[in-house]
Design a protein around this ligand. Structure first.
Ligand code: NAP
Length: 320
């Protein structure tokens, strides 16, 4: 199966790239990946995406983006890309179902995944009280007591969402001041269900078959304490999904794809956009903007290739 453009990843960057590539008549193929809609689809409420006066649910926003791209001819495939051969043109992409795809250009928009705490009990009790998605799992914590770890926008935004369900929300942060936007801080400080444990780290998560307690360490005094809780939601940042591109694309020391300011990677014909590139802004709107740029760059690149090929054909027909 050949495509002019294959887009790997279906968050705001990938879906916006799909919209622009589809409207340029390139019939892009979007490989949805493990998290259709990307991280935004797991976000409860998006209040800062322009055009939605009252805000919009993250899932609905991603779903709308996909439908809009599909309206102009974008195709979608639920599979994972497991290998890319960039030594040949067109590029060859292997999928996890053994299928082989080929593409003249690739737009990488594989996003980022939640960073794990890396403490004992976290993996063992995943989906048994440890969750990285308040929107998906909040409902299961009705009347419960949960811990959110982190002091950024995600911790507060998702924590505030959890207060719809839980009786008590404890935000454990490693410092004594928050990184989150002032508007979220104000909402958290005035919410009667929220309390903070400052200067502290979760050392381990424990329980018989489900989360029952966490061990906390005060980072200033070193004192240990135990907190009885039913759930733990780590919101301590993200790691880029770039394992597929190691040894292929230039990555920075944190593993993000390096682009040249025009979404072009070190390999001609491969572009990258969104959270897989950006570790500074990481907003749905900036990801969408980068997706637009990547699709426009891919369109121009393909037009140049076509033009060059025509010139070569004309020259060879003159010789004959
Ligand atoms: P973030 O802004 O990087 O915040 C991560 C938080 O986790 C920080 O408070 C950090 O502490 C803490 N942390 C990092 N590593 C840790 C560790 N190993 N142990 C304990 N704590 C740790 O990440 P984010 O909150 O996921 O936000 C990511 C991006 O998405 C940001 O640009 C954010 O603005 C955006 N976002 C926006 C909204 C919104 O606008 N409503 C909502 C969600 C996300 P320190 O503060 O000490 O570094």
């Amino acid at each position: 199966m050949h495509s002019k453009v294959i887009i790997i990843g279906s968050g705001p960057a990938g879906l916006t790239a799909a919209l622009y590539a589809a409207r340029a008549n390139l019939e892009p193929l979007v490989v949805r990946g493990l998290q259709p809609g990307g991280l935004i689809a797991t976000t409860s409420e998006v209040e800062n995406y322009p055009g939605f006066v009252e805000g919009i649910g993250g899932f609905e926003l991603a779903d709308n983006m996909e439908k809009q791209a599909a309206r102009f001819g974008a195709q979608f495939k639920d599979t994972l890309i497991t290998a890319i051969d960039a030594r040949v043109r067109p590029f060859i992409l292997q999928t996890d179902s053994g299928e082989q795809l080929s593409a003249d250009t690739i737009i990488v928009s594989t996003g980022a995944s939640p960073r794990k705490l890396g403490v004992p009990g976290e993996d063992e009790l995943a989906n048994r009280g440890v969750s990285y998605c308040a929107t998906c799992d909040g409902f299961f914590f009705r009347g419960k007591k949960v811990v959110v770890v982190g002091g950024g926008n995600s911790a507060l935004d998702e924590g505030l969402f959890l207060t719809r369900y839980v009786d008590e929300l404890i935000i454990v942060h490693r410092r004594d001041s928050l990184r989150a936007d002032p508007i979220l801080q104000e909402r958290a400080f005035t919410n009667p269900k929220v309390r903070f444990v400052w200067d502290s780290a979760v050392e381990s998560i424990g329980g018989e078959g489900r989360v029952q307690h966490v061990q906390l360490r005060n980072l200033k005094s070193g004192a240990m304490s135990e907190l009885a809780v039913d759930g733990v939601f780590p919101y301590i940042g993200h790691v880029p999904n770039t394992s597929l591109f190691q040894g292929l694309l230039t990555l920075d020391e944190a593993g993000y794809i390096v682009t040249d300011g025009r979404q072009r990677t070190n390999i001609e014909g491969i572009f990258a956009a969104g959270d897989v590139v950006d570790h500074v802004y990481r907003q749905a709107i900036t990801a969408a903007g980068e997706g637009c740029r990547a699709a426009m760059e891919a369109t121009w690149y393909l037009a140049e290739q076509e033009h060059a090929m025509k010139k070569t054909q004309e020259a060879s027909s003159l010789v004959h």
